[in-house]
Design a protein around this ligand. Structure first.
Ligand SMILES: NC(=O)c1ccc[n+]([C@@H]2O[C@H](COP(=O)([O-])OP(=O)(O)OC[C@H]3O[C@@H](n4cnc5c(N)ncnc54)[C@H](OP(=O)(O)O)[C@@H]3O)[C@@H](O)[C@H]2O)c1
Length: 260
């Protein structure tokens, strides 16, 4: 069995809860040392880290940062240093952090553009670049959490989010070519794998939720663990790069552009 002090290290952005936390738990189960990044959800991140460290001492750390750090060289350098000094190496980088909310036409403003593009496109690219030397040293990999609406089938009323995820999808394909053969880059595109929290600005109304479930061939909302399973597969898939796996219960097959 691998000694935990030499175990590979994974960073999952925005992983205090929901899909990110499921990825962290699944990787920890596979003996990874985990860096749980959070912004506002520090108490949830600390609780998750404490649980994992109880299972295996010195196997989990929490790092707090607004991903806007990527806009300032000094703050980005400090974040990268904190990531690398957590365990002394980085093997896997997962871009999971995201903002998601509607931006109907005639209501769009610059702040929405900046926030949705920062979290879903710019931060993944700039963080990948900043962490590249460490990933190269480990012959590591990058996995981005995308969306089935990032390509051809827009989610109605979410134009900025759709555009930002499309940019992130192209980042996966571009970096897969550019970083080969040393670092692999892949994506996982959820359909509806966990609904936004009901009390958040991201909440979907119940009518929309019902029409979404109706449109899914497997007739249910997915689970965060379904995403984690595919992420773990891609980490281990040593001959796979530039690929995007839809994990959506078949939803992308029946979805018409502009319809739910
Ligand atoms: N949920 C789904 O079914 C679904 C469907 C399609 C695609 N996806 C994609 O899958 C990924 C995970 O989905 P999710 O629903 O679990 O994500 P989420 O809950 O909407 O967001 C994950 C985390 O992102 C962090 N975050 C947001 N803005 C940030 C910022 N400026 N700086 C640092 N962290 C920030 C937040 O951390 P704090 O809470 O610590 O602030 C949040 O907890 C996302 O990339 C999403 O686009 C999900």
């Amino acid at each position: 069995m691998t000694d935990h002090n030499t175990a590979p290290v994974i960073l999952v952005t925005g992983s205090a809860k929901r899909i990110g936390a499921a990825i962290v738990k699944a990787a920890h189960c596979q003996n990874y040392r985990v860096i749980i990044h959070c912004h506002n959800s520090q108490s949830e991140a600390q609780k998750l880290s404490d649980e994992l460290n109880q299972l295996r001492p010195h196997s989990a750390k929490v790092l707090l940062a607004d991903l806007s750090v990527i806009n300032t060289k000094d703050r980005l350098d400090a974040f990268v240093k904190a990531i690398i000094t957590s365990f002394g190496q980085l093997d896997v980088l997962i871009h999971n952090a995201s903002r998601f909310y509607p931006t109907p036409i005639n209501s769009i403003d610059n702040e929405q553009w900046d926030e949705l593009f920062l979290t879903n496109a710019k931060a993944p690219l700039m963080l990948s670049q900043a962490l590249l030397p460490y990933l190269q040293a480990q012959q590591g990999c990058i996995i981005s959490l995308l969306d089935i609406h990032a390509h051809d089938k827009p989610f109605k009323g979410y134009s900025i989010y759709n555009m930002a995820k499309a940019a992130q999808r192209m980042m996966v394909q571009s970096l897969a070519v550019e970083l080969a053969p040393v670092v692999r880059v892949n994506g996982v595109a959820p359909g509806v794998n966990i609904l936004p929290e009901t009390n958040s600005d991201q909440a979907l109304d119940p009518g929309l939720q019902n029409s979404i479930v109706d449109s899914i061939p497997l007739q249910r909302i997915g689970k965060p663990e379904d995403i984690a399973h595919s992420v773990l597969y891609l980490i281990q898939a040593s001959y796979v790069t530039g690929q995007i796996i839809d994990v959506d219960g078949g939803r992308s097959l029946t979805l018409a552009g502009g319809k739910y």
